[in-house]
Design a protein around this ligand. Sequence first.
Ligand code: ZN
Length: 242
Amino acid sequence: MVNLIDAHCHLNDERIFAEIPEALELGISGFISSALCKEEYDWHIQNDIPEMKWCAGIHPYYEKSKESDLERIIQLCEEKKIVGIGEIGLDGRNDNEDWQTKILLQQLDIARNFDLPVVFHTVRKYNELYKILKNNFPKVKGYLHGFNASKDIVEIFTKFDLAFSLGCKPPKDDCVNHIIKRGFFLFETDAPYQKPHDSKDEYNHLKNLLLNVENISAVSGINVAKLTEFQYKSYVSLFQLN
Ligand SMILES: [Zn+2]
């Protein structure tokens, strides 16, 4: 399998970092790692892994993410250290939507100013996110990471230049098929998070990206090679690599 990219993972977790050689051996050729706070930004600067690109953002739920990290994110953009802003978004598990919205708008503004894609983290608040984008950033580009909502939600978000990134907990089959048919999608593990439902492991692994693609292949009836080709096209266009 060539050019299979893990579009969302956290390589700064030392357990996941240790899995990189195995993942490369298995044919995973690149990673988009997500840094959620200052110490994670520093880790990513210090660990220059050839197969890794990374994003930085203030997460709506992660407790180490601080509003004061905003200046640092702008600096990372200016220094061209990051390839995207994220993961950012709205998370319905916390009752602080005003703060989440404020910080999201500020970061969407940074992404627009530096012409960078956005990696969205959304728990439950898809409709709210849709309204924010429609009213303020209709030209946003990027992807909805770990997408697991409904076909209706897919439908409204296809109005934007956004891809859907499918993780180890994918949405229902009809929704998966809708996403695959549209052709603008990525695959991810979000390792060490979001392990498959039936997994007895303590955390998710990079190698599960292959399982993920095989599952989507079984659901969609499209072979792994074709799926890999499409996700790579999506990746190249999102990150303007051609
Ligand atoms: Zn994540």
